[in-house]
Design a protein around this ligand. Structure first.
Ligand code: PEP
Ligand code: MN
Ligand code: NA
Length: 627
């Protein structure tokens, strides 16, 4: 018989051939989103992703042919991508929030002070930035359309996005990091979705330096428009810039949705803990990038009788339910973890997770088809193997002057492969959160653990987070940076308003979680860590569990509640840590610390910061002076 007369309409859009998927089954909104961007980007082909195993295999095969990835034959379905060396991390200076009024996006810093809490762009500026970059940018390429869900598809807390991209690496990575494909389209129906547009771009002069990893570092830009729930990313193929469900959607756009709907989108891990009595609790924790969220999320407790299970390692969406219980989901489906430093001591669970179905980026490889990075010195005998560094050059341990792996190299691995994944990790209503941890990497002055007195104090604790710089973004060195709520790179709106939103969580009938500040990175005079960390952090989790149960093991101090002497279980530790040093309140240090935070608040957030935060600092200072 004859073909349906309309079929031609559905096999091409403006000359671009639909090579996979069926336009006819898409909702009018999805189709319009695709058509509008085809008109701009001018791809040769369109591929609507179904998320199937078959599709994934085809794309991996294509990526291998293009030299973007190579198989790691030592493992099962594992791959290594080496990026353009200029495209290895998030670019905070080029990550912008677009609103009509600047102050809705970022607080206005004091005159003469450079703002650190995000970057604003006007709607006209965003239009211009897009026009300068996206026209014809997919000529000769395939446009992939990725329907994805942040959160389990059937969860009432989940949100749907559609990402357009010209990178098959992004498709394969999004398939690990989100629930992706046909099932999402079915759930979506004709509803709205977060519109995500991504192109790797190419340099203005047309010179693609690394053909296997096209990008345009000079003109990289990552734009977010909360009003229309749009994300636009150009010029980078690197995770945080290109896997738009993660930082761009789940945190930046997510935080703006959360504010308007009365919940929280946070840069937090979620960990389930069962104590020896069989009582299970969940704990969330906000630490800046590379402060060990993944390691804590995959904790192997050293104290007998404890069991830890993992819900998520990076992002938590949390809301109070009708019973006043704070419930959290992990909106992600995988872990995009930092590889260096990961080993059988720091994170044995991650080591068991990443040896199948994993995409590694910018780690080193070994001649037996394996991976290598700094931290695996005791586990991989590089004397018997040839090592190729993250740039593709021969690397010899002890001789090469550079690191084998890029310090921000990553593994991208499915969460359901994690041997300690929590049975409730996909629970549609989320898991109940009993405690929240804030922390950072602080070599001096900050005690191992202390507890907030009340909710206002808790919010001030989050707002005052500081940590040493990481390689996850463009900053260099180890200077201590302010990082409120570990969200500094991820706020979708004015940090002052965000803090106000946190304060508003304290409503009658709600069971607020207990809040603690932790710092397992304190160092002694010889620069040695004061606390063993890793699995031994279960000793602090044990303390927290007992506090949740109301045990009388905490005492007042100017900065908050400290553990009473002897209340942290140290049984079985080979060397007793210097508890005095770990809990010392150095008054001059703390006066200086409070002043720095006060100055930061004033300079960076000014009038947008709720007055309660300044009051908290004044209160702490008063108490310090009485000590
Ligand atoms: C990223 O940069 O892609 C990322 C996941 O961010 P981070 O690990 O710094 O939180
Ligand atoms: Mn993170
Ligand atoms: Na850095």
């Amino acid at each position: 018989g004859l073909a349906h007369p309309n079929v031609g309409l559905f096999t091409h859009i403006r000359g671009a051939c639909v090579v996979s998927g069926n336009l006819q089954t898409l909702s009018p909104k999805v189709r319009k989103f695709i058509e509008d961007n085809v008109a701009i980007c001018q791809p040769d082909e369109i591929h609507i992703c179904d998320g199937s195993e078959k599709e994934n295999k085809q794309l991996l095969c294509l990526l291998q042919k293009k030299g973007t990835i190579m198989p790691l034959t030592k493992y099962e379905n594992c791959w290594l991508a080496r990026t353009n060396p200029a495209d290895t991390a998030r670019v905070e200076s080029k990550t912008l929030i677009c609103t009509e009024h600047e102050r809705d996006a970022v607080p206005i810093p004091k005159p003469g002070i450079k703002g650190t809490l995000g970057h604003w762009i006007s709607p006209a500026g965003m239009d211009k930035a897009m026009q300068e970059r996206f026209g014809n940018c997919m000529k000769g390429s395939t446009m992939y359309v990725i329907p994805f869900s942040m959160g389990p598809i059937q969860s009432p807390l989940a949100k749907i996005g559609i990402q357009i991209t010209d990178s098959a690496y992004v498709v394969c990575s999004m398939r690990i990091m989100t629930r992706m494909g046909q099932a999402v389209l079915e759930k979506l129906g004709n509803n709205d979705f977060v519109k995500c547009l991504h192109a790797v771009g190419r340099p203005k002069n047309g010179k693609v330096e690394y053909p296997h990893w096209p990008c345009d570092p000079e003109r990289t830009i990552i734009l977010h428009k909360p009003l229309t729930q749009e994300i636009v990313s150009y010029g980078s193929g690197y995770g945080g810039n290109s896997l738009l469900g993660k930082k761009c959607f789940a945190l930046r756009i997510g935080s703006t949705i959360a504010r308007s709907e009365g919940w929280l989108a946070e840069h937090m891990l979620i960990l389930g803990i069962t104590n020896p009595q069989g009582k299970k609790r969940y704990i969330a924790g906000a630490f800046p990038s590379q402060c060990g969220k993944t390691n804590l999320a995959m904790l192997t407790p050293t104290i007998p009788g404890y069991k830890a299970e993992c819900v998520g390692d990076d992002i938590a969406w949390m809301r109070f339910d009708k019973n006043g219980v704070l419930r959290a989901i992990n909106p992600e489906n995988g872990f995009f973890g930092v590889a260096p430093g990961t080993n059988h001591t720091s994170n044995p669970i991650a080591m068991k997770t990443i040896h199948k179905n994993t995409i590694f980026t910018n780690v080193a490889s070994t001649s037996d088809g394996g991976v290598y990075w700094e931290g695996l010195e005791h586990e991989i005998d590089t004397s018997k193997l040839e090592v190729t560094d993250w740039k593709g050059n021969k690397w010899v341990r002890g001789e090469s002057k550079t690191t084998a792996a890029h310090p921000n190299s990553r593994f991208c691995t499915p969460a359901n492969q994690c041997p300690m994944i929590d049975p409730e990790w996909e629970s549609p209503e989320g898991v109940p959160i009993s405690a929240i941890l804030f922390g950072g990497r602080r070599p001096h002055g900050i005690p191992l653990i202390y507890e907030a007195r009340d909710w206002k104090h808790a919010v001030a604790m989050g707002a005052a987070i500081r940590s040493q710089a990481t390689s996850a973004a463009e900053f260099k060195g180890t200077a201590v940076m302010h990082d409120p709520f570990a969200m500094r790179p991820f706020f979708g709106y004015n940090c002052g308003h965000y803090i106000k939103h946190w304060l508003s969580m304290d409503k009658p009938g709600r069971k607020l979680p207990k809040v603690f500040h932790v710092n397992w990175f304190g160092r002694d005079k010889n620069n040695k860590f004061l606390w063993p960390g890793f699995g031994e952090n279960s000793r602090l989790i044990d303390y927290i569990m007992r506090r949740i149960d109301g045990e009388d093991i905490a005492q007042e101090s100017p900065i908050g509640l400290l553990p009473k002497e002897g209340s942290i279980n140290l049984e079985g530790l080979a060397t007793k840590p210097d508890m005095k040093a770990l809990f010392e309140i150095d008054v001059p240090f703390w006066l200086q610390e409070v002043d720095s935070i006060h100055q930061y608040f004033e300079e960076q957030i000014g009038d947008d910061l709720p007055k309660e935060m300044y009051d908290q600092l004044v209160e702490i200072k008063k108490k310090l002076r009485k000590l």
